[in-house]
Design a protein around this ligand. Structure first.
Ligand code: DHE
Length: 515
């Protein structure tokens, strides 16, 4: 079923370790589950795009010992260390051809659950708007937490390696999650049941929901496409080939919804372009009556594209990897992975309006904003520097660089909270959460619940009273704190909990949450 692309391509690279033939060993031992093409079957895809980006044990260790509580058995008894090294080298080698994944192939992968019965009302008594989902990477599950009682209402299996924020329907009833292998799963929070799943791409970055809740855009690395699904039944409604103006195909860095604009906004990873794809059935913001003005260069790209999913290109200086928006979605703040500077692109006029001093690989995807002294400021952690940059969004000047105990990954706050919770994901202080006062920008507290263990990512309850944090270890926990006193309130054992997502905070775009 899968398009060709891998197979023998990487053979040369994997023949090395004492002459063991990694490709042949793979075909014999692994292909039945992971597919001859390495693009996945009953087991996940074994390609660098997926493997190189996951937190977890080394490849050789997994091949030798297997993965507990999964179908992945250990091969330590059958293969010598040299043979295991050759298989690991083979699967770490890039595919030589970009695999195909057509609309038809995606459609054939769609599986809707026969057991699913939509409930007329929530099957639990708690507030459905205060549900928080916890992605557990240890055994690829999601736990559904009642945000008032802290009870686990359900725990369901997800596709392998879910990444990024799940996207909730505007009424908060359904949620969609995406795996790095391109599977998108739909779950009904009222019924506490999985609705179905589809493989929308072969290696995907993230998903975005349209403002009207009808469409889901899937940003793919492999193949170079943007897949648009119907949220109703997960059917594929459109596959946009992502080809830059100069004819080169490009991966998609990420896609987000711009609710005020009724559009999806995506950045191309391999070309200096931003695309805006309208989800307005009338074709806005590209229809004739649209109030914003466009520059002449934009007119050209509007061309014949009108109506639902019409696309607009915005030319920029260099490709963007990571980005963030002003609350009115007129400005996009982006950076490349080299992370030397940030750029502000105004989406109305379709060009750069400012540059930002943001060295040290800012992680704008987890940026947040809030009001300070009558000005809106945004803050971003940096993956390569132990600082958080705070920028004034009215004139784009750097307000302050907050010195942290190491580089961090995630920031979170809440409208009702005077504090930002920031992790120190990398380095010797990975066990620490630093709490920053949103007005003084001072660090007011450091929490270290388990010295030496990775402690990261925070999410608030709907009312902002409690904060859920992750002890990101295989035998880890969600640790719940009082958001005012910072006292630990409860600990829920979990299998490597990563991200946590509160329905209300997400669907209302609460100040303090990332996309
Ligand atoms: Fe993420 C969100 C990109 C590595 C956990 N990450 C995102 C988003 C992007 C992104 C673009 C926003 C998507 C969205 O929510 O719609 N992540 C990247 C990378 O480029 C990077 C650095 C390398 C890569 O793997 O591609 C990366 N991310 C990781 C991890 O190693 C993490 C810690 C573990 C994992 O799951 O792989 C990780 N990323 C997360 C989480 C979010 C996320 C938990 C959602 C944060 C939120 O609160 O919304």
């Amino acid at each position: 079923m899968l398009g060709m692309g891998g197979g023998a391509a990487a053979q040369g690279a994997a023949e090395g370790a004492a002459g063991a033939d990694g490709a042949a060993l793979f075909a014999e031992n692994c292909a039945s589950c992971h597919a001859e093409t390495r693009l996945g079957g009953t087991g996940p895809a074994l390609i660098p795009e997926t493997l190189g980006r996951m937190m977890g044990p080394a490849l050789e260790q997994v091949i030798a010992a297997g993965r507990p509580a999964t179908q992945m058995a250990g091969f330590g008894g059958q293969l010598s260390p040299e043979e295991i090294a050759a298989v690991a080298a083979y699967i770490a080698t890039p595919l030589t051809e970009t695999p195909r994944w057509s609309l038809e192939q995606a459609a054939q992968s769609r599986e809707m659950s026969a057991e699913y019965r939509p409930a007329p009302a929530p099957v639990f008594t708690g507030d459905p708007m205060n549900i928080t989902l916890v992605v557990e990477a240890g055994d690829h599950h999601i736990s559904v937490l009642d945000g008032d009682s802290f009870e686990v209402l359900d725990r369901f299996a997800t596709p392998f390696a879910v990444h990024g924020g799940p996207k909730f329907s505007p009424d908060g009833r359904f949620v969609f999650v995406m795996s790095r292998d391109g599977w998108v799963q739909k779950y009904d929070i009222w019924s506490l049941q999985v609705v179905g799943q589809i493989r929308a791409g072969l290696n995907s970055r993230n998903i975005a929901m349209s403002a009207d809740g009808k469409w889901l855009a899937v940003a793919n690395y492999l193949p170079q496409t943007l897949t648009i699904l119907s949220t109703e039944d997960l059917s594929v409604v459109k596959v946009l080939e992502v080809v830059a103006r100069d004819g080169r195909p490009s991966r998609v860095s990420a896609v987000y919804q711009a609710p005020e604009r009724q559009s999806f906004v995506l950045a191309l990873k391999d070309a200096p372009e931003i695309w805006e794809v309208t989800t307005d059935p009338e074709g806005g913001p590209f229809h004739d009556g649209f109030v914003h003005s466009y520059e002449a260069s934009m007119e050209e790209s509007l061309g014949a594209e009108k109506g639902l999913f019409a696309r607009r290109r915005i030319a920029i200086d260099e490709p963007l990897d990571d980005f963030f928006f002003s609350p009115d979605y007129r400005d996009l703040i982006g950076t490349n992975r080299e992370g030397t500077k940030g750029e502000v692109i105004n989406l109305d006029v379709g060009r750069k309006i400012a540059e930002l001093p943001l060295p040290g690989m800012p992680h704008l995807g987890s940026g947040i904003s809030w009001m300070r002294d009558g000005h809106r400021v945004m803050a971003t952690p940096h993956l390569k520097e132990g600082v958080i940059s705070v920028i004034d969004m009215s004139d784009w000047h750097l307000v302050q660089t907050i010195a942290m105990d190491g580089p961090g990954f995630f920031l979170r706050s809440h409208e009702a909270s005077p504090y930002v919770w920031a992790d120190v994901f990398f380095g010797p202080h990975k066990d620490e959460m630093q709490i920053i006062d949103k007005q003084s920008l001072e660090i007011v507290r450091r929490l270290v619940p388990e010295p030496g263990k990775l402690f990261a990512h925070a999410e608030f309850t709907r009312d902002g009273r409690y904060v859920f944090t992750s002890l990101m270890e295989d035998e880890g926990a969600v640790i719940i704190y009082d958001a005012q006193t910072f006292e630990e309130v409860k600990r829920l054992p979990m299998r490597k909990p990563i991200g946590k997502y509160n329905v209300w905070n997400k669907i209302t775009f609460d100040d303090g949450t990332s996309h």
